[in-house]
Design a protein. Structure first.
Length: 162
């Protein structure tokens, strides 16, 4: 018989060792570790989401800046093309003014008239016209009236066979 201070051990009836405290602590530690891993995993996912959102915002801002620059570039290109067209029109106007001044020279006109055997009109060959009257509108009105009268005549002739 073996005597222990606390327990009396007789034969083969030995008490099983008490490991409950270690198992409970191990379970607590593994549970705590799993919770920490889950929290860390959520934080990593949140960080990835934040990073993706930041990248998307950066992409949108970059795209809008590039788009705006392209719009400004096309507007500037149109402006330069319009400026060049304006300059071309100005030079054409200047050339036309020079030609007009050259051709409006009275001496040159007199020379051309003598070459074509033209002469100045005399007082007896001059015809005066009164252009203050509105002669052309009356002609149009008369023409419209004639058209309407002809139309009525045709209809009357078709109906009554006269």
């Amino acid at each position: 018989m073996v005597m222990n201070k606390e327990n009396l051990i007789v034969g083969n009836t030995v008490l099983s060792p008490q490991h409950e405290t270690f198992e409970k602590e191990y379970e607590k530690l593994t549970k705590y570790k799993k919770e920490i891993n889950a929290i860390n995993k959520q934080k990593r996912i949140q960080n990835k989401i934040k990073t993706m959102i930041f990248i998307a915002i950066l992409f949108a801002v970059g795209f809008s800046v590039i788009y705006r620059y392209s719009v400004l570039y096309s507007m500037e290109k149109n402006m330069y093309s319009l400026d060049s067209k304006i300059e071309n029109v100005k030079t054409d106007n200047e050339n036309l003014k020079i030609k007009l001044l050259k051709n409006s020279n009275l001496k040159k006109l007199d020379d051309a008239a003598t070459k074509l055997n033209m002469f100045y009109p005399t007082k007896s060959s001059v015809i005066y016209c009164d252009l203050a009257k509105d002669n052309f509108s009356k002609a149009k009105e008369n023409k419209n009236k004639n058209i309407q009268e002809n139309l009525f005549k045709k209809i009357r002739d078709m109906l009554f066979l006269f």
